[in-house]
Unconditional design. Structure first.
Length: 523
């Protein structure tokens, strides 16, 4: 048959035939990368999975199977009827028809589908967070190789056409489902290490100031905390300062408990006891509670409060941060009325916190963020020279810490992804907390349709302003003005981590996008 001779031809043909598949796989990785907003803050480098487990059982009884004539296009978890079913990643419920719940994720080309419910606790249009319960599992029969009886059938669906169009095709989710961001005992922090400070107020302030919040924002949070609990972790509402109420005593109370007075107390205590195997001392420690709160504000865990976190991170002053935390996180009685005198008290206390603890530099290892300054943030995260590699370890130490926190991409080479870098800068600086985490096409669409940006297609190099986002087919970077002899900062997928470089193809290949109302940069 002359195989030796024909192989190269077959190889060549096969390569072209396979091109669409290669693109599909690349898109899948890209799409999944953008889902990783769970930001498992892991300066150590272990990556969280793109999706959490949809049930408390983590082993699928029936896996993906596309070998035989009958296929199984998902994973079956054999859980008793009435078991908790959880969203595998944050997203929006797009269907609850029939046996199904379908959730569309941040990258609209990706959905997760769940089948067989006893009851559903979400409706179309609901926003859900990773790990949030969406219903109780039920019973159903699939054709073999799928299961019959009590179980949950789970699917990952991805649009495989150009730019995220086309039909939603099932993909094997096996390697994408894993460590659930809602459990586990992350010791996450940008700075890591023990709490720093002479008392609980200062420790709490330093914790947030070194975990991605500006000092103003940290003061706003702690100013509220002082009014809630005097920053006493074992304090039950309506008890005097210094009186301890341990988790097992407080968990049944309808009152508030802990540094931010989680109400009712069990709302925070129950998942914490579960996660620590009933370690009361840990649950009533300041460390545990600060980390629990930090994750809430990042939109993680069983009590996700991502929108409140974004409001705090958008605040530019101590006073605004105090109001944002009171209004969007604490939601104390009367908080809808911004003239409520409780706001004045909290603002004043936050100001005192800032004056008392905010004088020095943020503790070592702090990420520093939220000042609205795109240029300063980009320069802080990027090397000021070119020529660096593409791996995580090649990135500046600050970017290694900041990217997981502020972007969270865990897909294909996230540390060298251009869009991930621009998004990390936009989100971390506070200039635009809503900036899509990944893929230039998604970002370009956002820049052109969000209403927040002016987009200049025919711009010349000398018309650029520092902070402009340059975006074109397949690449995006930042114009930062003078930067150690260069004028731009960029990463390049598979090429290099964020670093200095020069602008090119302005107004031809690349349009410039400029925030219409940038937050005023502060020194
Ligand atoms: Zn199944």
């Amino acid at each position: 048959m002359g195989e030796g001779k024909s192989l190269p031809i077959i190889g060549g043909v096969a390569f072209f035939l396979m091109l669409p598949l290669i693109i599909v796989i690349a898109m899948l990785f890209t799409a999944m990368g953008s889902l990783g907003n769970a930001a498992e803050c892991n300066s150590g480098g272990t990556e969280g999975a793109a999706f959490g487990w949809p049930t408390e059982k983590h082993e699928a009884a029936q896996g993906w199977d596309d070998d035989g004539p009958e296929k199984h296009t998902g994973l079956d978890y054999e859980v008793a009827k009435g078991s908790k079913v959880m969203a595998a990643e944050e997203g929006t419920v797009v269907s609850t028809e029939g046996d199904w719940i379908k959730i569309r994720h941040q990258d609209a080309a990706v959905e997760t589908w769940y089948e067989f419910f006893e009851s559903k606790s979400v409706s179309v249009g609901d926003k859900v967070t990773r790990g949030q319960e969406i219903g109780k599992s039920g019973t159903g029969t699939e054709g073999a190789p799928g299961l019959g009886g009590d179980h949950l059938h789970f699917e990952l669906r991805v649009r495989t056409g150009e730019n995220g169009t086309g039909a939603l095709q099932p993909q094997d989710p096996t390697d994408s489902v894993g460590a659930d961001a809602t459990t586990g005992t992350s010791t996450c922090s940008c700075g890591g290490g023990p709490l720093v400070g002479g008392n609980n107020q200062e420790k709490a302030f330093n914790f947030f100031a070194s975990n991605g919040y500006s000092k103003e924002q940290a003061a706003g949070i702690v100013g509220n905390m002082i009014h809630e609990s005097s920053v006493e972790p074992a304090r039950l509402q309506n008890t005097p300062p210094g009186q301890l109420t341990h988790p097992s005593e407080a968990r049944g109370s309808s009152l508030g408990w802990g540094i931010v007075q989680w109400t009712p107390a069990g709302k925070m205590i129950n998942p914490s006891m579960e996660a620590t195997s009933n370690d009361e001392a840990k649950v009533e420690s300041l460390e545990w509670q600060l980390e629990f709160l930090r994750k809430q504000l990042e939109g993680e865990g069983p009590l996700a409060e991502g929108p409140a976190g974004q409001q705090v991170k958008a605040a530019q002053s101590v006073e605004d941060a105090a109001v944002a935390f009171g209004r969007y996180f604490e939601r104390f009685a009367g908080s809808n009325d911004l003239s409520n005198p409780r706001y004045t008290e909290r603002k004043n206390t936050a100001r005192e916190v800032f004056e008392t603890f905010g004088g020095g530099d943020a503790p070592a290892g702090g990420c520093g963020a939220g000042n609205g300054d795109i240029v300063a943030t980009a320069k802080m995260l990027a090397w000021d020279t070119p020529g660096h590699g593409k791996d995580e370890g090649d990135a500046t130490e600050k970017y290694q810490r900041a990217m997981p926190d502020w972007n969270g991409s865990t897909g294909d080479d996230p540390f060298s992804d251009c869009g991930v870098f621009v998004a990390t800068v936009m989100r971390m600086s506070g200039a635009d907390p809503d900036y899509p985490t990944r893929t230039t096409s998604v970002q370009e669409n956002y820049l052109r349709t969000s209403g927040k940006y002016d987009v200049f297609d025919d711009i010349t190099e000398d018309q650029l302003r520092p902070g402009d986002i340059l975006i074109g087919p397949g690449h995006t970077y930042l114009f930062v003005g003078e930067f150690n002899g260069y004028n731009a900062a960029s990463a390049s997928l598979h090429g290099h981590v964020p670093q200095a470089g020069n602008t090119y193809s302005i107004g031809q290949q690349f349009a410039a996008a400029r925030l219409k109302n940038p937050p005023a940069p502060k020194s």
